[in-house]
Design a protein around this ligand. Structure first.
Ligand SMILES: Nc1nc2c(ncn2[C@@H]2O[C@@H]3COP(=O)(O)O[C@H]4[C@@H](O)[C@H](n5cnc6c(=O)[nH]c(N)nc65)O[C@@H]4COP(=O)(O)O[C@H]3[C@H]2O)c(=O)[nH]1
Length: 847
């Protein structure tokens, strides 16, 4: 935008011209025209150096004020001073120049419509004015001699003014139009560290050269705007206070005719406001950056402010909620009474906190933890309500998950034992109240351990997961299926009679009909034993019902598995007997009430005794004779089997040693080892110790381990058996054919003997199935180069049949019943050193 400069120098008396002929004051435009004429007669401008310097200073001020480059040219367009880029419209100017020591110069511009005001202002001093092409004043600089105003005010007025401004803490000063300090108060002088006398009469260049530029620029800015302006806010150092925050306000000072006298400035310490401002800023930042949603409402409940987190949580922007009522978030989940209570608390206590369900913009409901506080005004009345809330959906979800985990089985997601107990409590109460019946079916998967042992736990889990789905599908929605142990499930259902319970059981059994295909590609078949207890007949509380269902299930297992049994009182009696037996067993151990009998094992061809099996006997004064088949499992579950087993081993070895010492060739003495013994750490060392203690040769000892025990944790068993084998002990698989052996493992086991279970011998030779099984076991033994011995041989026919199949040894009543050591003389062969050999002629006495 082109700029036009109007310059009047001091001493110029350019007043509106007077037409003497017509005695009238010429209008400004005419005056200017005439001036131009006048000026045109003075073709050469003679610049006095002082005048030029003055011009330069004023141009500087003008440049700073307008932010533009300014130059001064003479009437012929020669640049006199200023910068080249600021070329203006100087061809229209008129110049009048005085002579000698009284230089006079008129530089006027034409056609700018500055009017009379301009001519008045131009009356004295130097004034530079920047106008745009339309004549709008956009900046000015100039000086009006102070003698017209302040200096003329006289010493009294000046003293009064000085006293007046000294009474303020603010720094107050006045500069004249040339930027020279005319007045300054004590506060400023103290802060600047200069006495008043050193300030007054000096310019900023002299007092504060570093900041002079900006001070002069802001002076010009205040003059240009013509109103008070805050020109600076800055951190400064006060000689006395140290670091301070200052704010400077400047205003043009005009005389009563509106003529510019100078600049008045006030600088005040705004530390207090700054601190408050910083606090506010901080609060704003906290407000904005808070992860919790904040909503401020006026006392009528209209939303007046929200923060960013509000938007993040609810999805509503500021524009969408300001002026609205928070009801817009309502989920509809809470009763009116809920909000009435909340308001009651807000109005009486000034705050409320709790959980509220609200609705997001997308319509989804979410729970929030919220604290609402009333903010009171000076009149003790509520001005605002501030609500701070957080979305607790995740928290709720994890709480729900935790609660679910506490009451559900992690693998199958079915209710667990705790949940079952809680539901049973409720259902029993309801059933009692309504006179209904309930059935509790305990489902135990048969020999599930073998799956884990053979295929690993991952496959075991796969099977359980599939089974749980099948079982769940087979129960109705009112019934409850729970998993209460590794392979134990429970069905709780309403029934009208036992028939209903049987029906429920047959539905459950269907879950086992199809094989379970696992990720290895194998198809596994499962069966289950189920025990049923009913309410109210078999128990009135969850514990009793569960215990009785367990007893029934146990009976189903004893009956050969893959079946179910109802609870009977008989079962309770049996378990009472079992308990009695358990405590009697403790007594038997303490009182040495056990003894051993030995059953010979014979060679089927020669019928010579090849060894003996040691069998434990127990005669209790109250219970009478108790079969080991009955008390050994009880000893196992009571944790007594280790002691009993070790006692048997020691007794058998001692007896063997006695026989050897007596000069008999006894072959091997077989000792039964129960599963828990085999899995006990240190078992091998215990055996070693017994052999050492008794001096019985390891080669004469045979340990018999049932097939099913060997299949439990086979890897560990293989290790134990290997170590036993390394000692020179022979190892026999007892009851072979009953334990679902994995042939794969059998191959790996360091065993020497297979004992055909007596159940396959019993009906030989008539039972063709048993015959085939016995034949297969014998063939397998031969293939694996194992000795095979048949148990429970009672008849000659059986003995001949087995011998014909290739079985080398046998044990059974046909040859001898288990008998006390001292009764077995007939079966003891003197060692080669001893004379003669006895043959097996009769059966020993059992017990
Ligand atoms: N019907 C019939 N039975 C015959 C005949 N020949 C032998 N028996 C019986 O068959 C069982 C063979 O022992 P087992 O299979 O190891 O079966 C044993 C064994 O598993 C366990 N047992 C016995 N003594 C001990 C022991 O000291 N420790 C451990 N852990 N278990 C033992 O108790 C089970 C039963 O032992 P017992 O009652 O002594 O019964 C013995 C024996 O008396 C026969 O011709 N016909």
């Amino acid at each position: 935008m082109p700029l036009v400069w109007l310059i009047v120098l001091p001493g110029l008396h350019w007043r509106p011209m007077h037409d003497v002929a017509n005695d009238r004051r010429l209008p400004d435009t005419e005056s200017i025209l005439i001036s131009k004429e006048l000026a045109l007669t003075h073709q050469r401008v003679v610049w006095h150096p002082e005048m030029l310097d003055l011009c330069r200073r004023q141009l500087d001020i003008l440049e700073r004020a307008t932010g533009r480059d300014v130059c001064l040219r003479d009437c012929e367009g020669q640049v006199l001073c200023g910068s080249e880029s600021g070329i203006g419209l100087w061809h229209d100017i008129a110049v009048d120049c005085g002579q000698g020591d009284n230089p006079r110069l008129v530089v006027a511009c034409l056609g700018l419509g500055l009017g009379g005001k301009c001519s008045d202002e131009l009356a004295d001093g130097l004034l530079l004015m920047a106008c745009d092409s339309l004549g709008q004043l956009i900046g000015r600089s100039g000086l009006t001699p102070m003698h017209h105003s302040l200096s003329d005010a006289g010493p009294d007025a000046m003293e009064l003014l000085q006293n007046y401004i000294d009474s303020f803490h603010e720094h107050i000063w006045i500069k004249d139009t040339s930027g020279v300090y005319r007045i300054c108060n004590i506060s400023a002088s103290l802060s600047w560290g200069k006495p008043l006398a050193e300030i007054v009469g000096k310019s900023d260049d002299e007092l504060n050269p570093d900041n002079a530029d900006s001070f002069v620029r802001t002076d010009a800015e205040a003059i240009r705007r013509g109103v008070p302006i805050v020109v600076a806010e800055c951190v400064d150092r006060d000689l006395h206070k140290g670091r301070i925050w200052l704010e400077t306000t400047k205003a043009p000072m005009l005389d009563r005719d509106g003529r510019l006298l100078g600049i008045i400035g006030i600088t005040r310490d705004i530390a207090r406001y700054k601190a408050a401002e910083e606090q506010l800023l901080l609060a704003r930042r906290v407000f904005e950056n808070s992860v919790e949603g904040v909503m401020i409402t006026d006392r009528h409940g209209k939303i007046s402010e929200i923060n960013g987190a509000f938007f993040d949580i609810t999805g509503y922007s500021r524009e969408e909620v300001i002026g609205k009522n928070p009801r817009m978030l309502s989920s509809g989940r809470h009763e009116k009474a809920f909000f009435a209570k909340m308001w009651q608390s807000l109005l009486t206590d000034g705050q409320w906190h709790g959980e509220i369900w609200n609705r997001r913009k997308d319509g989804n409901l979410f729970p929030q933890q919220i604290r609402i506080s009333a903010v009171y005004g000076d009149n003790e009345e509520v001005q605002y309500f501030v609500a701070v809330f957080s979305d607790i959906s995740r928290q709720k979800q994890s709480e729900a998950e935790l609660a679910h985990m506490a009451y559900h089985d992690p693998l199958t997601r079915l209710p667990n034992r705790i949940k079952l107990a809680t539901v049973m409590e409720q259902q029993l109460r309801t059933a009692l109240h309504h006179g209904q019946q309930l059935a509790l079916v305990l489902i135990d998967v048969d020999l599930f351990k073998h799956i884990n042992d053979s295929f690993g736990h991952l496959i075991g889990d796969e099977v359980l997961l599939e089974l749980s789905k099948r079982l769940d599908d087979s129960v109705s929605s009112e019934d409850m299926l729970a998993r209460i142990g590794g392979d134990e499930f429970v069905l709780l259902c309403n029934i009208d009679n036992n028939e209903d319970a049987s029906l429920a059981v047959s539905r459950l059994k269907r879950a086992f009909e199809q094989p379970f295909r696992v990720s290895t590609g194998d198809e596994l078949r499962l069966t289950a034993s189920m025990g049923i207890a009913t309410f109210p007949n078999d128990g009135g509380d969850p514990d009793t019902l569960l215990r009785n269902a367990d007893a029934a299930m146990y009976r189903a297992k004893q009956e050969g598995r893959n079946s179910h049994a109802f609870y009977t009182e008989q079962l309770t009696k049996a378990s009472v007997v079992q308990l009695r037996m358990q405590s009697a067993l403790y007594g038997a151990l303490a009182s040495n009430a056990f003894h051993l009998v030995y059953q010979p094992k014979v060679d089927l061809s020669s019928r010579k005794a090849m060894g003996f099996e040691a069998l434990i006997r127990w005669h209790d004064p109250l219970l009478g004779f108790v079969s080991p088949a009955v008390f050994i499992p009880i000893a196992e579950s009571a944790g007594l089997i280790h002691e009993i087993g070790l006692w048997v081993l020691r007794q058998a070895c001692m007896q063997g040693r006695r026989w050897l010492d007596a000069g008999y060739e006894i072959g091997r003495i077989g000792v039964n080892v129960a599963g828990p013994q085999l899995h006990r750490p240190g078992f091998v060392e215990e055996v070693q110790q017994v052999l050492r203690d008794t001096g019985f040769p390891a080669a004469c000892l045979e340990l018999e381990i049932t097939e099913s025990m060997m299949m439990q944790e086979p890897e560990q068993v293989i290790d134990t058996l290997k170590r036993l084998g390394d000692l020179g002990i022979m190892l026999a698989v007892d009851d072979f054919g009953t334990g679902y052996s994995s042939l794969n493992y059998l191959k790996k086991l360091p065993i020497h003997i297979l004992k055909i279970d007596q159940s396959f011998v019993r009906d030989l030779p008539d039972d063709s199935d048993n015959g085939a099984i016995a034949g297969a076991i014998i063939a397998m033994g031969q293939a694996l180069r194992l000795q095979v011995i048949a148990e429970g041989v009672e008849t000659e026919a059986q003995a001949r049949f087995l011998s014909a199949l290739g079985c080398q040894q046998a044990q059974g009543y046909l040859f001898a019943k288990p008998a006390a050591a001292e009764e077995l003389g007939a079966f003891l062969n003197p060692s080669p050193a001893a004379a003669g050999q006895k043959t097996v002629t009769n059966a020993g006495k059992d017990r």
